[in-house]
Design a binder for this molecule. Sequence first.
Ligand SMILES: [Fe+2]
Ligand SMILES: [Fe+2]
Length: 309
Amino acid sequence: MNYTPLRIATIRPEKTLTFDLFVLFKDQYLKYAERGKFLQHEQVAKLRVQKIARFFILSSDEEAYLKFFSEIMNEAMNCAKTGLDDKATIISESVGTAVDLMREDPGSKNSYRLTQQAAHGLRAMINSNPEALKAIFGKVAPTDDIIVKHSMNVAMLSTKMAELVKCSEAEIDNIATAALIHDIGMFQLPGSGALFSKKQTQLSPQEKVVYKSHIEKAVKLLEGKNYINPAIINLIMHHEEKLSGNGPLGFRKLGKLEEILSMADCFDKKITANKMTKNEAIKEFMLDELGNYGLELMNAFKKMVRALD
Ligand SMILES: [Fe+2]
Ligand SMILES: [Fe+2]
């Protein structure tokens, strides 16, 4: 039997399960709760104390989970009783689950559909809960989760920026989804966490070649699938390109969305990978990236990021 991992915060207490839930204990999958039942608040709290980070479902139940997942995101956003911290956790763990699944099974249509739903939920949150956006952006991720956190930050920043410059609805949906999976190629590289944490100037020539390959790897994982919009693959292919031609592929012409995605990626790497404060990142961004992006867009981006306090 095949199992699909889920982050535990995506299973809300007192919400009826539409699938069986398992935990992994000593290499064995044990049934933890049955479909039709729900988890109690105390059970979930206990799991957190026990540091159980993942539930599992049978892969044949993914369809049921997709529906459950979308309801969780909607409820998190619209429930007045759910506090800001809880909202931020539910949204970020839902997004984390989607990116985890794309990492583990990038060829799966369900993983991709979940990512689209997560991107959509993130976008709705940006519009309706700006405070939750600030809370998620400000959260520090564990070391083994920094690429997922980076992907989420890039999705939030690029989506918000695309909204500000009045991109179309379809374009904003595309940039949100592309941002969530733009670095899935990184997961295929040995020592990806260490490579990701270094600045470009700290990489050896050999490391630079390996690092650059994450872009091609991501494109290879996604292309040729009829359910993935080619515009999304195109965005992912160009996510580190700069107008100066200093990106890995040396492109000098970028569409508006490509420029926004690259800008959000470059800025958040300073924060998530290089551990700069927001103010340090803004300062370095405005100095080092001059010429890499349009000045007007850079200034608008700076203003938007400053407001995230
Ligand atoms: Fe990248
Ligand atoms: Fe990135």
